[in-house]
Design a protein around this ligand. Sequence first.
Ligand code: THU
Length: 126
Amino acid sequence: MTEDEMLYKKAEEALKTAYAPYSNFKVGAAVLSASGKIYTGCNVENASYPASICAERTAIVKAVSEGEKELTKIAVASCRGDFTYPCGVCRQVLSEFMKNAFVIVGNGKEIKKFKVCELLPHSFTL
Ligand code: THU
């Protein structure tokens, strides 16, 4: 199993703990840091919908809050089993913390890999 496949598997595992009673759309993410650690996350919804957080941001916030400075890859999986791409807000957060990293998506059979800057060119910066 390649590192990308392993990370995608971690994302698939992470979606099992998603809290998604409103959309019933469970998402999991797994971030790999340069130090070799993996941080997983899932979407956690709220009755006040905008208070919800996506799986990607859960994983990134976990890594950054643990002191990780360099994140190299993130894999995303969902209960749909088909390719699930990060939403626009998550793409902006990916640009903030892992601009030169890779995004891995899969459908259970095949894996696709993109650079963050391909998914969000000309991201907003200050
Ligand atoms: N969701 C994610 O967790 N990641 C994405 O990139 C797309 C959307 C979640 C948010 C919400 O809980 C559910 O999927 C439906 O939009």
